[in-house]
Structure formats: C-alpha cells, structure tokens
Write a protein that binds this ligand. Sequence first.
Ligand SMILES: Nc1ncnc2c1ncn2[C@@H]1O[C@H](COP(=O)(O)OP(=O)(O)OP(=O)(O)O)[C@@H](O)[C@H]1O
Ligand SMILES: [Mg+2]
Length: 343
Amino acid sequence: MSDEPVDSADASLLDVSGLTVEIPTPRGTIRPIDNISFRLERGDLLAIVGESGSGKTLTGLSLLGLLPEEARVVGGAIRFRGEDVTRLPEDRWNKVRGSRISMVFQEPQSALNPILTVGTQFREIFDSHRPGMEPDERERRILDLLASVGLPQPASILRSFPHQLSGGMRQRVLIAMAITLTPDIVIADEPTTALDVTMAGQILSLLMERNERDKTALVLISHDLGIVRRSARRILVLYAGRLVESVSGDRFFKEGPSHPYSRALLLSRPSAGHATKADGPLLAIRGQVPPLWELPTGCGFAPRCPKADERCFRETPPWITTGSGEAALCFYPEVPEGSEDAA
Ligand SMILES: Nc1ncnc2c1ncn2[C@@H]1O[C@H](COP(=O)(O)OP(=O)(O)OP(=O)(O)O)[C@@H](O)[C@H]1O
Ligand SMILES: [Mg+2]
C-alpha cells in the first residue's frame, strides 16, 4: 500500500509504514500490531474499526509514543511530517505529544486525574507547552476552549473535580484538552461509548466540526458503526493486529467493503437490516478472534471465513487493489462492479 518512496518535500502529515509491535507475554511473544501501513493527510477523517483486541488502541498509542512499557516496535516506521518518530527520545516526544498529535483516551475516568480540578489540569498543559503565557491570557483561553466544546458555565467547570461532572461533560473536557494546543492530529479512542445516543451524536459533531474548521486530522477509533457511518471518509479495518482493508467510508456503507471480515463486521451491526441489501437475520461472525499467540499460518481470518480455501490457511494473502486508493488483504476480495481490472 504505502511502500512507494515518500518525497520528503511533500511528505504526508503522517505516514505509518510496516509498523510492527511485539509484546512478550507468558504465553509467548505476541504481535498485536503486525505490518500496518497507512497515511494521514491534513483534514483527513479516518476511522479504525475491528473487534475487541484487534489492535485499535495500541495503534493509536503507538502514534503518540505511548505504547505499554513492555511493548517494542520491532519493525517499520511512523513518519510525522517526514521524520521517523518511532525512536524519538522521550523529551522530544513530550513536545510532539499534545501539541502536534493528541489523544482522547478510551477511558475518560482514568484519563483525568481524580484529585486535581479541571482547571489545574488545563493549566498544567499550558505550563508545560506554553510556559511564557500570561496567566490572564491562559485563563481566557481555557474558558474559551470549554465554551467551544459546548460546556455551559465554564468557570464553575474549572473549579470542579472530575467526579463532579457527568460522563458527557468529562468527555467534552477531554476533547477540549486534546485540542488545547491546536494539534495537527487528534486520535479519539471510543469517544462515545460511555454516552447515551444523543450525547454521542453531540460529541461526534464536535469532533467533526474541529476536523472541518481547523483541518485537524481526526482518527476515530470506534466500535459503533453508526458513528463511523456519519463521519468517516476512510475506514481501516483491523483484524488480529493486521490491517485487512482500507476503504472509503462511502463504499463501506453503500456497495459494501471487499474483505470478507469487513463484510461480516458490517452485517453484524445491530441496524444492518436497514442499511444494506442483505436484509434478513443478523449475521453474527462465527467463531472468535484467535488468541494472538495462536494465530494460524496464512490468513488469520481463514478459520472464520466463508470464502476460505486451503490456500488461505497456508499462505499470507496479498494486498489486492479494490478501488481507487482502496485495497484488501485477501485472495478473494469482493470487488465492486466496474473495477475488476483494478487488481
Ligand atoms: N500491555 C499489554 N500486554 C500484553 N498484551 C497486551 C497489552 N496491551 C494490549 N495487549 C493485547 O494487544 C491486543 C490489542 O489490544 P488493543 O487494546 O489495541 O485492542 P482494541 O482493538 O483497542 O480492543 P478494544 O476494542 O477492546 O478496545 C489485545 O489482544 C490485547 O490483549
Ligand atoms: Mg481499545
């Protein structure tokens, strides 16, 4: 996919190529991220989907240099504006993190410090990245930020401790923190899971507004295909640590994706009956993601795949082009009519 050389003069905002991460575990060394490549341009809105354990959060964390201590990047590169950040020393990371790339974490509870007020936590961001700023200017900015994410009475929010806020308010605070330093990339890991449908819609709108207005690239990690459908221009599908498909959001939900796993994922969502031609009973994906220490040779999805033949159990599938800028890691991808010659 992104194996062609990058001209550094017009390098992508972010270029992940062949990223491979290993973690030693008592059951053996696992590869929760295995040869993942993708690019991100300014203003992109990319969704990462896949079942639990497929590597979505670790992928997000690796872009911030925040992998768990025991994890090691054993292959590939993450180029941010042309520079490989996989081996960046920690002090340099601290400059990039938050100011150029930031993350809204999967667990809002643990992302906020319970013993500090919201105001103190905001001030810390400014103190470490904009130490010269006048306190008045800083307070004004913080209040503006809180208002911009739709929080009423920002001054009282600043004085609050996280537990005094509702889940939706905490999530807004986290988004405000993530955009404080107007980063180029915001990674939002399941930003709506803890929220009811109305609140989830509002939070998504907020993230989309930022993406549109500030051209902040948004990486949206979500189980919720409803949210993904409303927002994503491009979708990456992960399965057991591997990227198995890159597809436009439009095609994913209209003609349907190409990889049998992506198709199963789409058909498994609760509202599938309304949105696809495959009206009828819900098609749950049979079987389970195999444990990472027991991945079969060949395609990791083969044991669950309706299309698998013995080759799929033996050989790693190739990347097959399935459309413009689209590809699937499969011997037998569904290719939309008219693009059969794309491969
Ligand atoms: N510190 C760790 N030590 C060992 N294994 C880990 C560690 N962190 C993550 N993993 C494993 O790596 C895999 C990917 O984890 P990750 O959290 O990225 O999944 P995910 O796609 O975000 O799942 P979910 O949808 O449940 O959030 C999982 O199998 C997980 O158990
Ligand atoms: Mg996760």
